[in-house]
Ligand binder design. Structure first.
Ligand code: PLP
Length: 598
C-alpha cells in the first residue's frame, strides 16, 4: 500500500485508517467526511482547510523546546518570539494564533506599513513588535505611534539612512522613541532555496563598518539607550544547522563587542526565521531536530557571553514557516482523468483496418501475464508509427482515434495484469504511460511556490488508501497555462488510483500549504483564493468556522479596476431579461468549475 510518505512529513498530525486520511485529534474525523459536509452547503471549487489546533501545537512546541534548552543550560536570558506577518496575514489564521500566544506574550513582526498597522491593531498587549524591511519616514513615524500606543516596538534598521530618519522623527515629533535594532549582514548564508536572504551579498543589513557608524551616530545623538537588539535572518527553510551555528557565533560576537563598547541597553539577539518543516514525501530533507536547533541557539549564545564576559542576551525568533505551514491543507477535486474517454465502447473499428490497428487489437485481446510488458512496449511503438502515418496522410482520423483507444486499453490492461507491486517493471516507461488528472484549482493561486521555485508539497488522495494506486500521475490545473502542471517525476513518482469519476468522487490533498501560499497566490486567469474554512473542535466534534468564500467574478473584476456597473449595463442592453438574469448569476459565482466533487 502507498502511504505517500505520511510518516515523513505529517508529524503525526494525520494518519491513514480505513483507506482514508484522518485528523489525529479529538474524534479523529476523516478529511473526506468534512469535505463532503462542506460540499452540501454548495461551495464549489478547491477548499483551503485550516486547523487551528495545529497552529497551537506548533506554537506550544516552539516555546516548550526553548524553555527546555534554557533550563538545561541554566541560561539567564529570556525567550521571546514574534510571528512574521508576511507568512500569513489572513485573520482566520492570525486570530487563533494571537489568542493562543497570549500566555507567552507572543508578538508580531511587520515588514510593511500595512503589516505594521495590523500588528498595532491586533498584537497582544505588551507583546513585542519587530519592524523589518525597508522603511520610509512615514513607516518610521508609524513605529513611533505604535510606541505611543504602549506597544513594545523595535524598529530594525536595514541601513544608516533609516537610523538618521529615526533620529529626525524623534527630534521633530518629540514622541517617545521606539527600541532600535540593527540588522547585521553576516558572512554566513543559510542553506536551501532561500539562502540568499542572508550572507554578505544579501539585500538586507549593515556591514561591520556601518554597525560602527550606527553606534557612533547613536552616541553623537545621546541615543545609545534605544539600541536593544541585534537581528539577522539567514534565509527561510534552512535544511542544515551549520550555517545557523556560524551566524550565531558571528552575531553573538557583534552583540558582545557592542556591549563592551557601551551599548548598555543592548539585551537581545533576534535570530529571524528559517526553521524548516518537512515537505518531502520521499526522504527527510531537514537534517536537524528541533531539540538540536534550540540547544545550539542557547548553548552558543551562552558560550559567547561567558567568553566575552557580557550578560546572556534574550533570544528572539521570527519563525513563520514552522508555525504556519502544517496548519493548512488544500483540497482539490479531480474533475477528469484525461484518458477516461478512451474506453472500448469508443472504438470505431472498420471492416478493414490498417494492419497496425489490427495488430494493436490482437495485442489487447491476447495479452497474458507473461506478455504484458512486451505487448505494452509494442503498443507504444505502434502508436508512434500510427501517428506518423496520420501525419503523412496514410490513415484517417477514425484510425487515429482507434489507435489512441487501443494503446490506452493495452496500457491499462498491462498495469492490471502485472499487479504492479513496486513498479520496477514499469519504471522505464512510466512517463509515457502516465495518466493526467485534471484538478479543479489553480497552481498560480494555491501553490505559487511550486510554480515559482519548484517547491515540493506532500500530495495524496483523501480516499482509496487501502488500494494500491496503479497510475503514474501528472496533475493539471484548470488554468489556461501550460505551466499549470505538476508533471510526473521519476525521482519523486506520484501514483494515483484508476477511478471512474462517473461513479465516484476522488479528491487530492496538498499538505503543509499554510506558509506563504495563501497570500502569494496570484489571480492568473482570474481564479481567486479557494474557499477557506477553519476546522475547530468542541466537545470532541469538529465545527466549521470563519468561512471566507472564494471571491465572485464581479469582485475579482472590481479588484482589477473594472467598473462592474458598466459591465452589467452592457449585458443588460444586449440581452433579453431571461438571459440577463442567468448571466447575473454567473457574475456572482466564482471562476472555478462548478463542482466540489465530480
Ligand atoms: C526578517 C525575516 N524574519 C522571519 C522570516 C520568516 O522566515 P521563516 O518563515 O523561514 O521562519 C523571514 C522570511 O523571509 C524574514 O525575512
Amino acid at each position: 500500500m502507498n502511504t505517500y510518505g505520511i510518516d515523513i512529513w505529517a508529524e503525526d498530525n494525520f494518519f491513514i485508517n480505513d483507506g482514508k486520511v484522518k485528523i489525529n485529534y479529538a474524534s479523529c474525523p476523516a478529511i473526506i467526511d468534512i469535505v463532503k459536509n462542506i460540499g452540501k452547503d454548495g461551495y464549489k471549487g478547491p477548499l483551503t482547510l485550516r486547523f487551528p489546533h495545529l497552529i497551537h501545537k506548533q506554537l506550544n512546541t516552539l516555546y516548550s523546546k526553548f524553555d527546555a534548552s534554557i533550563k538545561e543550560y541554566g541560561y539567564k536570558g529570556k525567550f521571546n518570539a514574534v510571528f512574521p506577518l508576511k507568512v500569513n496575514q489572513y485573520p482566520s489564521f492570525l486570530q487563533p494564533l494571537i489568542q493562543e500566544g497570549k500566555k507567552y506574550n507572543y508578538g508580531l513582526e511587520a515588514g510593511s506599513k500595512a503589516e505594521l498597522l495590523i500588528a498595532m491593531a491586533y498584537n497582544n498587549p505588551k507583546a513585542p513588535i519587530t519592524v523589518n524591511g525597508f522603511k520610509d519616514k512615514e513607516m518610521i513615524h508609524l513605529g513611533f505611534i505604535a510606541k505611543q500606543m504602549k506597544h513594545d516596538v523595535t524598529l530594525t534598521i536595514e541601513g544608516l539612512n533609516e537610523l538618521n530618519t529615526i533620529i529626525e522623527v524623534f527630534k521633530e515629533t518629540k514622541l517617545p522613541c521606539p527600541n532600535i535594532g540593527l540588522r547585521v549582514k553576516l558572512h554566513s548564508a543559510g542553506s536551501g532555496i532561500w539562502a540568499k536572504s542572508g550572507g554578505i551579498d544579501s539585500k538586507f543589513g549593515l556591514s561591520s563598518t556601518e554597525i560602527l557608524d550606527a553606534f557612533e551616530i547613536l552616541e553623537a545623538n545621546e541615543m545609545t539607550q534605544y539600541l536593544t537588539m541585534i537581528h539577522f535572518h539567514i534565509g527561510s527553510s534552512m535544511n542544515s544547522i551549520s550555517p545557523l551555528k556560524k551566524a550565531l557565533k558571528e552575531s553573538g560576537n557583534i552583540y558582545a563587542e557592542l556591549k563592551n563598547m557601551g551599548a548598555n541597553n543592548l539585551r537581545a539577539i533576534n535570530i529571524g526565521g528559517g526553521l524548516a518543516i518537512e515537505y518531502s514525501q520521499f526522504q527527510r530533507s531537514r537534517f536537524y531536530s528541533l531539540d538540536e536547533f534550540t540547544n545550539d541557539v542557547v548553548y552558543i549564545l551562552k558560550d559567547i557571553a561567558r567568553q566575552k564576559n557580557v550578560e546572556e542576551p534574550d533570544i528572539f525568533t521570527e519563525s513563520g514557516r514552522f508555525i504556519a505551514a502544517n496548519s493548512t491543507v488544500l483540497i482539490t477535486p479531480v474533475l477528469e482523468l484525461y484518458s477516461s474517454q478512451l474506453e472500448i465502447k469508443n472504438l470505431r473499428l472498420k471492416d478493414t483496418n490498417p494492419p497496425l490497428i489490427t495488430e494493436l487489437y490482437d495485442l489487447y485481446n491476447d495479452m497474458t501475464r507473461k506478455t504484458a510488458l512486451e505487448f505494452m512496449h509494442d503498443s507504444l511503438e505502434h502508436m508512434e508509427s500510427l501517428l506518423t502515418l496520420f501525419d503523412l496522410g496514410y490513415i484517417d482520423l477514425q484510425d487515429r482515434s482507434n489507435a489512441e483507444v487501443l494503446a490506452h486499453l493495452i496500457i491499462k490492461k498491462a498495469i492490471l495484469i502485472l499487479e504492479v507491486k513496486d513498479y520496477t517493471e514499469l519504471k522505464t516507461i512510466e512517463k509515457r504511460i502516465k495518466e493526467k488528472y485534471l484538478l479543479n484549482f489553480s497552481i498560480f493561486q494555491s501553490l505559487p511556490d511550486f510554480w515559482g521555485i519548484d517547491q515540493e508539497f506532500p500530495v495524496m488522495p483523501l480516499t482509496h488508501l487501502d488500494k494500491t494506486p496503479t497510475r503514474s500521475a501528472s496533475l493539471w490545473d484548470i488554468t489556461c497555462d501550460s505551466d499549470g502542471e505538476i508533471g510526473f517525476d521519476n525521482n519523486k513518482p506520484l501514483y494515483l488510483h484508476d477511478i471512474n469519476l462517473k461513479e465516484e468522487e476522488y479528491f487530492l490533498a496538498f499538505f503543509n500549504v499554510g506558509a506563504y501560499q495563501d497570500i502569494m497566490g496570484i489571480k492568473h486567469n482570474l481564479f481567486s483564493h479557494p474557499t477557506q474554512i477553519n476546522v475547530t473542535f468542541e466537545n470532541n466534534e469538529y465545527k466549521l468556522e470563519k468561512i471566507l468564500e472564494s471571491q465572485n467574478i464581479l469582485d475579482i473584476l472590481k479588484d482589477i479596476d473594472y467598473d462592474t456597473n458598466e459591465i452589467k449595463e452592457i449585458f443588460k442592453n444586449n440581452l433579453d431579461e431571461q438571459n440577463y438574469k442567468l448571466l447575473e448569476e454567473y457574475l456572482h459565482d466564482n471562476s472555478y468549475l462548478n463542482t466540489i466533487g465530480n
